[in-house]
Ligand binder design. Structure first.
Ligand code: NAP
Length: 251
């Protein structure tokens, strides 16, 4: 039997991160449930532990180098060296370019790109020592361009280049890196988009589902299923890929 791996899932208090964290725990991993507010991680941690799994709530800001170093050190001490990392934490600050502020730009770059960079850098030393690692970064169909998301689409396209470079640099240490690019997933993030454009969330879901080939929007479990595959031991020859999980093809 393979050894019990320690995984870190960022932004795991809710949404896709919570779905991925609970899935990896049910796959048999010890899971660090990392989010900005440690108390907000309790729901995900309880879900894992009540199902017999092992989880740790960790409060950290992925965009802050000291916070990331401290969080990864705590996970290593309390759960074991992390050899699986899901860079999922994310924010949106949508606006048309002429209304987008420098703060909107910097905040989105900070969480998605700087955050993924800092978390990966802090975890890679444990992965290279173990000669094993699985990194999954959350991109988005918005990487292909999306009105009102100049900052977010640039960050999510950047995540794809970052992922491919990790795959090239870290492959010789038994580490794979892949990106998942979700389409519409029903979470607080898409609810916030509906609110911003002034459409009731149920209508937004219904309208979006009609545009998607499989005729439904995605759920966090859809992303969790793909992440589970990419971080599995058997997926060691899949690296540097971007998998669109969007209910249909994307370019
Ligand atoms: P969500 O429901 O808004 O959850 C995001 C989580 O990330 C929140 O718990 C948030 O904490 C946390 N977070 C934000 N900034 C952080 C920071 N600096 N450090 C640590 N944690 C932080 O979003 P989601 O829909 O699950 O999205 C998860 C990921 O998938 C994101 O990267 C997103 O861009 C990507 N994605 C989502 C969709 C979709 O349709 N939902 C589609 C494509 C890609 P707070 O609650 O404290 O802010």
């Amino acid at each position: 039997m393979s050894e019990t791996r320690t995984a870190i899932v960022t932004g795991a208090a809710r949404g896709i991160g919570a779905g991925v964290a609970t899935r990896l725990a049910s796959d048999g991993m010890k899971v660090a449930v990392l989010d900005l507010d440690e108390a907000a991680c309790a729901g995900t941690v309880d879900q894992i532990t009540s199902a017999g799994g092992q989880a740790l709530a960790v409060g950290a800001n992925v965009a802050d180098a000291e916070s990331v170093e401290a969080a990864v050190a705590r996970v290593t001490e309390e759960l074991g060296a992390p050899t699986v990392l899901i860079n999922n934490a994310g924010i949106i600050r949508d606006n048309l370019l002429f209304k987008m502020t420098v703060d909107d730009w910097d905040a989105v770059m900070g969480v998605h790109l700087r955050g993924a960079f800092l978390m990966t850098k802090a975890c890679q030393k444990h992965m290279t020592e173990a000669k094993y690692g699985r990194i999954v970064n959350l991109s988005s169909t918005s990487a292909l361009g999306n009105r009102g998301q100049a900052n977010y689409s640039a960050a999510k396209a950047g995540i794809q280049g970052f992922t491919k470079t990790l795959a090239i640099e870290l492959g010789k240490f038994g580490i794979t890196a892949n990106a998942i690019a979700p389409g519409f997933i029903q979470t607080d993030m898409t609810a916030a988009t509906a609110e911003r454009i002034g459409v009731p969330f149920d209508d937004f879901i219904k309208f979006s589902a009609e545009q998607i080939p499989v005729q439904r929007v995605g759920q966090p479990e859809d992303i969790a299923h793909t992440a589970s595959f990419l971080v599995s031991e058997g997926a060691g020859f899949v690296s540097g890929q971007v998998i669109y999980v969007a209910g249909g093809p994307k370019d």
